[in-house]
Write a protein that binds this ligand. Structure first.
Ligand code: KIV
Length: 275
């Protein structure tokens, strides 16, 4: 019999239990191969609706559909073994009423096998978060800069700069926490508010552009790898994949043009039948 314990995938409950402990690490992934690369190093993989920008060249996440999220969620589940996989609920798939949110969250969990969903919004989404969690859907909240509200926010703006905005943000996070979210992403918010919220709520907070005061961090994989030309202020480039790809593609194009590729090693010969 094998001595090895079977590899168990992390759950929303595991992530929730990390309050104040070792920092929680997360990255986005949308494909099986990137999921398999990041899986051993992160606690959860976020199949973010940022796939609209990153994979499809969209200007914002509004056009992303539930079917797009499910397709990439399935791919990420196939590519990963260990990390919790969280799939974003796209714009229009949950805001109408808790029942609509449950119907679509259930589709995500059933069709992808992912362990949780993420949805954007504060106080006004608390009822929906409670409705889902009571019915077996682990929910990650997302407050602060919520890209699906770009049309009402008037652009991608850092949140919490005025006293009134800070109060609003704190109320949002507390409401989502009380509603039962197992984690809350805080995006694009000023450091003192991120710290105050992290100290005030028993729920783990995951920052993106919200300082190291949070219980964990998430970044868009392609941003931190240096695949995109432009990176936001809060991103550190931990790699320079764009340059590596350009180098490889240049070398390939040259090799095809000067006929050094394909070489003898890459060519199939005829099978010689033995007499
Ligand atoms: O869609 C996404 O990638 C996200 C992260 C930026 C938190 O929601």
């Amino acid at each position: 019999m094998s001595q090895h314990k079977p590899l168990r995938r992390l759950t929303a409950v595991d992530i929730a239990s990390r309050k104040g402990g070792e920092k929680i690490v997360s990255l986005t992934a949308y494909h099986a191969h990137t999921a398999s690369i990041v899986d051993p190093y992160v606690d959860f993989i976020l199949v973010g609706d940022s796939l609209g920008n990153v994979m499809h060249g969209l200007e914002n996440t509004i056009p992303v559909t539930l079917d797009m999220m499910i397709l990439q969620g399935m791919a990420v589940m196939r590519g990963s073994k260990r990390a919790l996989v969280v799939v974003d609920m796209p714009f229009g798939s949950y805001e109408e009423c808790p029942e609509q949110a449950f119907r679509n969250a259930a589709r995500i969990l059933k069709e992808t096998g992912a362990g949780a969903v993420k949805l954007e919004g504060g106080k006004h989404m608390a009822e929906t978060v409670a409705f889902l969690t009571r019915r077996g859907v682990p929910v990650m909240g997302h407050v602060g800069l919520t890209p699906q509200s770009i049309n009402t926010m008037g652009g991608f703006r850092v949140q919490g700069r005025s006293e009134a905005a800070q109060k609003e943000l704190e109320e949002d996070a507390v409401a989502i926490s009380k509603a039962g979210a197992f984690a809350i992403v805080m995006e694009g918010i000023v450091e003192p508010v991120a710290r105050r919220i992290t100290e005030a709520v028993p729920t783990v907070t995951i920052g993106i552009g919200a300082s190291s005061a949070c219980d964990g961090q998430v970044l868009v994989l392609e941003d931190m790898l240096g695949l995109n030309e432009w990176v936001p202020k809060f991103v550190q480039k931990f790699g320079s994949l764009r340059e590596h790809i350009e180098e490889a593609v240049t070398a390939y194009a040259e090799a095809v043009r000067d006929e050094s590729f394909p070489g003898p090693d890459h060519v199939y010969g005829e099978k010689v039948a033995k007499a």
